[in-house]
Design a protein around this ligand. Structure first.
Ligand code: NOJ
Length: 532
């Protein structure tokens, strides 16, 4: 595990520990459960697991409201269980990154308890207090469905405190050097335990300034660079992954000169993949990829189709958002904040062709792909559950009671209906060589075999057919020609002369000689390697 640039070619996998596998029958998934499933993840071909927050928390925001940065909540196990997980993963060449929530704590965190107890508390300045709620009015509200304001009045001390998310998640004050120091200590603690890096939550919001929208401020970058140099100095090879739900040109500064984040999520490409599939047109995808700036050599994008939050529509125009809601959220309860709280398979009508096609795009775009747990088998969601819990239900391992997730009473209802565990589960798909799981596994294996996919270059090929996304991925001596037919009909493309060659089909392992025209079946894809 020596290569410090490992993340550039890695396949990531996101796990909600609580929902993954319960090892002790208490109904909650735990760290030992994840350790038990490492063989499965190795079979799938995963290189790095992102585990969602496992800190003690009142769970008002599923653990993104942290009450203690230095412990594992006992429902997930103990610190030793985490060490064991890291060690067992490393033995399989799998890395583990975890959430680092810098921007805010839970209101139950002792710092906030002390801070709110008295205006003269030494912890008062750990948070952002104000006599008025009329400050920073240009900052948008993120949880628009629940939060009327970014300020909440604290009755006892008669001041308002600042929070970008739920009122139970007060923002830390990053203008305070003590807070800056505290969070470096937190990072050190987990890095010393062997963690391979952090998915850094909500980083645009660390600093507030009057007259700005309180996002992406220069002082925020100064702090993040400090965090990076701390990692480089003491923990080379460990990474920082940036969660900034922004347009690519606004995420670009988070890579700095290769001295801030190693990776950043590419948020805007995600909804455009769904748009492309519905419209049968690739132009929106092409537009955002063209708009994506070059990043330093030692950096990489992280691409995804779904995650634990609503499918966010913040990075589209208001008209596009409306259209996406009409197309993908036909029931009002499917909408949440600025997005859609559904999982991947139901969004794509559980249509195997569309699901494979979306993954073909994911795995061939620039950036390292991340798979949300359960999406590799196409599991469903449960819309009866509150907020985003409907996409965080227990993993569907087999068709025994509780999906093989727990022998106790699961913390959550499972998925019901046709995408429930009776039909969709790991055991049955592993046993069926033609299953969706095996297709995803093959895509991962092919991707990992060829460095072209981890490179940064992407060139669109003009074929005269707007329904077929055709592009070149090239790196060192490898050139891949990728076709994705977004349309429900067979489509023919005209190939420029230079591509009319004998190529190798990366899935079929046979050659395919291309001529002037090529016809692709509805929603089909083709990954071809050009001769060297
Ligand atoms: C982003 C996380 O993905 C989301 O789940 C959480 O609610 C907010 N940050 C606040 O931490």
């Amino acid at each position: 595990m020596k290569n410090d640039l490992w993340y550039k070619d890695a396949v990531f996998y996101q796990i909600s520990v609580r929902a993954y596998k319960d090892s002790n029958g208490d109904g909650h998934g735990d760290l030992r459960g994840v350790t038990q499933k490492l063989d499965y993840l190795q079979t799938l071909g995963v290189d790095c697991i992102w585990i969602m927050p496992i800190y003690p928390s009142p769970l008002n925001d599923d653990g993104y409201d942290i009450a203690d940065y230095y412990a594992v909540d006992k429902t997930y196990g103990a610190l030793d269980d985490l060490k064991e997980l890291i060690q067992s993963a490393h033995e399989r060449d799998i890395r583990i990154v975890m959430d680092l929530v810098l921007n805010h704590t839970s209101d139950e965190h002792p710092w906030f308890q002390a801070s709110r107890s008295d205006r003269n508390s030494p912890y008062r300045d750990y948070y952002v207090w104000s006599d008025t709620d009329k400050k920073y009015t240009d900052a948008r509200i993120i949880f628009v469905d629940t939060e009327p304001s970014n300020w909440t009045l604290d009755e006892k001390t008669g001041q308002y405190y600042w929070h970008r998310f739920y009122a139970s998640q007060p923002d830390l004050n990053f203008d305070n050097p003590k807070v800056q120091e505290e969070m470096l200590n937190v990072a050190r603690f987990w890095l010393d335990l062997g963690i391979d890096g952090f998915r850094a939550d909500a980083v645009p919001y660390l600093i507030e300034r009057e007259g700005s929208n309180c996002e992406n401020l220069p002082e925020t970058h100064i702090y993040l660079k400090k965090l990076r140099s701390f990692l480089d100095e003491h923990y080379p090879g460990r990474i920082l992954l940036c969660e900034a739900n922004q347009y690519p040109e606004d995420v670009r500064p988070y890579f700095g000169d290769g001295d801030e984040f190693h990776m950043g999520f590419h948020f805007p490409i995600m909804p455009r993949i769904y748009m492309a599939l519905k419209k049968g047109r690739y132009e929106d995808m092409a537009e955002i990829m063209r708009r994506t700036p070059t990043i330093p050599e030692n950096c990489q994008w992280c691409t995804f189709l779904r995650n634990h939050d609503e499918l966010t529509l913040e990075m589209v125009t208001p008209e596009e958002r409306q259209w996406m809601w009409e197309q993908y959220a036909p029931e009002p309860r499917m909408k949440l904040n600025m997005g859609i709280r559904r999982r991947f398979a139901p969004l794509l009508d559980n249509d195997r062709r569309k699901m494979e096609l979306a993954n073909s795009i994911l795995f061939t775009l620039p950036g390292s792909p991340i798979i949300y747990y359960g999406d590799e088998i196409g599991m469903g969601d449960n819309l009866d559950l509150f907020d985003r819990n409907g996409v965080r239900t227990p993993m569907q391992w087999d068709n025994t009671p509780n999906a093989g997730f727990s022998t106790g009473t699961p913390f959550s209802e499972l998925v019901k209906g046709e995408l429930g565990y009776q039909q969709i589960n790991v055991a049955s798909q592993i046993n069926d060589p033609n299953s969706y799981f095996h297709t995803i596994k093959r895509m991962i294996a092919v991707r990992k075999k060829h460095t072209a996919f981890g490179g940064s270059s992407m060139e669109w090929v003009e074929t005269g057919n707007p329904a077929v996304a055709v592009y070149i991925r090239q790196h060192s001596d490898e050139t891949m020609l990728i076709f994705n037919n977004l349309s429900a009909s067979a489509e023919t493309v005209n190939l420029p002369d230079k591509y009319q060659k004998t190529t190798v089909d990366l899935f079929a392992d046979h050659t395919q000689t291309l001529s002037e025209k090529l016809t692709l079946q509805p929603y089909s894809y083709l990954w071809l390697q050009m001769p060297k």
